[in-house]
Write a protein that binds this ligand. Structure first.
Ligand SMILES: [Zn+2]
Length: 390
C-alpha cells in the first residue's frame, strides 16, 4: 500500500489544538510522517482524530424485542443468547459490528472478548486499540483463579494491545481480581453499575447473593467486603493506572477522588443508560474533578443505536453542561487514555493516520465541530491507518 496526504482548512491534532491550512502526510504503513502548515491549496474540510469506542462487546447480537430491561433478568437473557450462539455466529457478529462502527468514524476499540475470537477480527479490519479477555468466576479461589488467568491468551502488539477484563466485583472473586492484576497492567472492569451490586458488596445480601447461590457460585462461608465497589477494588489493589471502570452509576461519597488519585479512568455508555432508564451520571463533575471520562457503545444487547457518534450526541443531550470540546475529548484522547494507548485519539507525527474529514460548507470551524459532536454532521471521509473506510 502506498501512503497519501490530505490538505485541509483546519486540522484538529487533539481536542485542544488545531492548525489552520495544514496538511497531513502518511506512509505506506499508515503512519503519519508529516503534519504541518501548508501554503498550497487545501480542501474545504476540517480534520479530526478518529474516534475511540472505549467499551464494546462486539460479539453480542441484539436481544429479542421482548427482552427484559431489568438488569438481572437481562443478564440472564444475555447469558442464554451467548450459550446458544456458535463461535462462527459470534465471529460474524463481531465482523459486522466492527465494520459498521468504523464506517461511522471509530478507528480504535476497547473490546471485551469473551471467547478469544475478537483479536483476529479487529486485526483483519485494521483497527487499533486494546482487546480485553473477559474473566468471570465468583467461586474461584487460589490456584483455580490463577489457572483461569493463565489460560487466557493475553498477547498484543503495537496496533492492537492486550488486556484483561475481570467482569465485575459481583462476578469475579477477590483472588481472581488479584490474579488478573498480577498478569496484566491493563484492566477493564464493570463497576458500581446497579444499586443491587453495591448492596451485595456491602452486606452480602440481595438479588446478586440469591443469583450466585442459585448458580452454585457463592462460596460457603462467604463474607461480604463490607464496602462499595470502588473501595473494594481499591483494597484488592486493582484501582491503579491502566485500569478503567465501566458505568460507575452508583458511586459512593469519595469514590471520584479515589478513582482520580489512583490514576484510573471511567467509561460511560449513554445507550445503556437510556436502555435501562437509569439516572444520568454527573460526567461534567467527574471531568472537573480530573477523572478522564471516555465513552463506549457497550453492546447491541443494551443499545439499539450502534453508532459512537450517536452515543456522543446522546451524551451531549443527557449532560447539557458538556462543551463541544469536552465531548470531542471524551470520544478521542480520553478514550485513548482509558485504553492505555496515549498515542491514539490524536494526530501526531509517528502516530496512526486515523482521521475523519468533516465537510466544511459554512465558515465557522467551531460551529462545525459542534455540529459533529452533536450528531448533526457525518464525516465525509474516514481513514484508518491511512486506509479509506468511508
Ligand atoms: Zn459492558
Amino acid at each position: 500500500m502506498s501512503g497519501g496526504s490530505l490538505a485541509a482548512r483546519r486540522i484538529w491534532i487533539d481536542p485542544q489544538r488545531s492548525i489552520q491550512n495544514a496538511e497531513v502526510v502518511w506512509d505506506g504503513s499508515g503512519r503519519i510522517v508529516a503534519l504541518r502548515r501548508t501554503r498550497g491549496r487545501v480542501r474545504d474540510v476540517v480534520l479530526v482524530p478518529g474516534l475511540v469506542d472505549a467499551h464494546a462487546h462486539l460479539q453480542l447480537e441484539p436481544l429479542p424485542a421482548t427482552a427484559p430491561r431489568d438488569f438481572l433478568p437481562w443478564v440472564g437473557a444475555v447469558m442464554k443468547q451467548r450459550a446458544a450462539t456458535a463461535p462462527a455466529g459470534m465471529r460474524a457478529a463481531a465482523r459486522a459490528h466492527v465494520k459498521a462502527l468504523q464506517r461511522d468514524g471509530v478507528t480504535a476499540f476497547g473490546e471485551i472478548d469473551s471467547t478469544g475470537l475478537s483479536p483476529a477480527v479487529l486485526r483483519a479490519a485494521g483497527a487499533a486499540g486494546r482487546c480485553y479477555q473477559e474473566l468471570t468466576g465468583f467461586h474461584l479461589t487460589g490456584a483455580a483463579a490463577r489457572q483461569l488467568v493463565q489460560n487466557r491468551r493475553v498477547v498484543g502488539d503495537g496496533r492492537l494491545a492486550a488486556g484483561l477484563s475481570p467482569h465485575a466485583p459481583y462476578s469475579v472473586s477477590g483472588d481472581l481480581m488479584r490474579a488478573a492484576a498480577r498478569r496484566c497492567r491493563h484492566l477493564s472492569i464493570h463497576c458500581a453499575e446497579v444499586p443491587e451490586e453495591q448492596q451485595f458488596l456491602r452486606t452480602g445480601e440481595g438479588p446478586f447473593a440469591e443469583l450466585l447461590a442459585a448458580l452454585g457460585r457463592l462460596p460457603a462461608g462467604f463474607r461480604a467486603p463490607g464496602v462499595g465497589a470502588v473501595r473494594h477494588l481499591q483494597r484488592l489493589g486493582v484501582l491503579r493506572p491502566g485500569t478503567h471502570l465501566v458505568h460507575c452509576q452508583e458511586l459512593e461519597r469519595g469514590d471520584v477522588a479515589r478513582i482520580r488519585d489512583a490514576g484510573a479512568a471511567i467509561v460511560v455508555c449513554p445507550g445503556t443508560i437510556e436502555w435501562f432508564g437509569r439516572e444520568v451520571p454527573p460526567v461534567a463533575r467527574w471531568l472537573a474533578a480530573g477523572v478522564p471520562v471516555a465513552i463506549g457503545t457497550d453492546s447491541r444487547a443494551s443499545n439499539a443505536r450502534w453508532s459512537l457518534r450517536g452515543e456522543l450526541a446522546l451524551l451531549g443531550r443527557m449532560c447539557p453542561a458538556l462543551s463541544d470540546r469536552q465531548l470531542l475529548t471524551i470520544a478521542t484522547s480520553h478514550g485513548a487514555q482509558a485504553l492505555g494507548r496515549p498515542g491514539l485519539g490524536r494526530l501526531r507525527r509517528g502516530g496512526r493516520a486515523d482521521l475523519l474529514a468533516l465537510p466544511a460548507h459554512d465558515g465557522d470551524d467551531d460551529a462545525l465541530l459542534g455540529a459533529f459532536v452533536r450528531g448533526e454532521l457525518a464525516p465525509a471521509l474516514v481513514l484508518s491507518a491511512g486506509r479509506r473506510i468511508r
